[in-house]
Design a protein around this ligand. Structure first.
Ligand SMILES: C[S@@+](CC[C@H](N)C(=O)[O-])C[C@H]1O[C@@H](n2cnc3c(N)ncnc32)[C@H](O)[C@@H]1O
Length: 241
């Protein structure tokens, strides 16, 4: 697995902060909304969190310790650039492992036995790294078993493709997020709301969340004329082992 820093991604994210504001807000709403009756653990294992361009400082402030695991050697420094002040203000300790989250997941869990685990929008790009759709499918299907007994969540690409180029802040707010359930097909209104056209890619992420998990579907205008529909869901499996 390559560990080169993805400067193209960081530059794009930095320049797109206004355009991505609506998506970031919807992600924050989801991050802060736990399954009913659940209580927050004191620690967070944040996998593939990059520089936290889409992360909510308010969410991070709920924890005493955060472990960021990302293969990108610049993720930790840029994460501190984006969230360091908020973490310091709230006394949150940040540790960073520059590592493959798949390889070190069990170690991270063992060192943080009660932590909440968040797969932060990297599982939908897994086949770019494996270059093997079947290997990726096996890996994604195994996720729930590997985090059994935890409060865990995932946000990941479901579908992506061409759509409206009207990526002004107003247009982004208009394409609303949708309540759904894991395992259900995307409602036609989702694609209509971003004026989807041409060929859309299925990221094969359907097996990640247990069927029926309540989810938020969130539109993300990643670049002008190209949209992702993100799926975000929490699973509270504490007490199930
Ligand atoms: C789309 S970005 C995530 C964006 C992030 N949620 C944010 O708010 O900026 C995907 C990230 O996953 C990381 N990544 C991909 N595969 C990984 C793996 N196997 N282990 C750890 N990090 C990985 C990449 O380095 C990249 O930083």
């Amino acid at each position: 697995m390559s560990s080169a820093s993805d400067w193209h991604w960081h530059a794009r994210a930095f320049l797109a902060r206004r355009r991505w504001a609506a998506t970031r807000q919807r992600l924050e709403d989801w991050l802060l909304g736990l399954p009913a009756g659940a209580a927050w653990p004191h620690e967070l294992v944040l996998l593939g969190g990059s520089a936290g361009w889409m992360m909510s400082s308010r969410f991070l402030a709920r924890f005493e310790r955060v472990l960021l695991v990302d293969i990108d050697p610049w993720a930790g420094r840029l994460f501190r650039f984006n969230h360091g002040a908020a973490l310091a203000r709230h006394g949150v300790r940040l540790d960073v492992w520059q590592a493959d989250a798949h390889a070190l997941l069990e170690q991270a869990l063992a060192e943080h036995p009660a932590a909440c685990v968040l797969f932060d929008n990297f599982l939908g790009q897994d086949s770019i790294y494996t270059r093997d759709l079947q290997a990726t499918e096996r890996r994604l299907r195994a996720v729930r078993e590997r985090v059994r007994g935890r409060l865990w969540g995932s946000v990941h690409d479901r579908l992506s493709g061409p759509g409206t180029t009207g990526w002004t802040a107003a247009a982004c707010w208009q394409a609303g997020s949708i309540s759904a359930r894991a395992g259900e097909p995307l409602p036609p209104s989702a694609l209509a709301s971003v004026q989807a056209s041409g060929e859309w890619i299925d990221h094969g992420t359907e097996p990640i969340l247990p069927p029926g998990t309540p989810t938020r579907l969130i539109p993300w205008p990643i670049v002008a004329g190209r949209w992702h529909w993100l799926e975000a869901g929490w699973v509270d499996a504490r007490g199930s082992v």
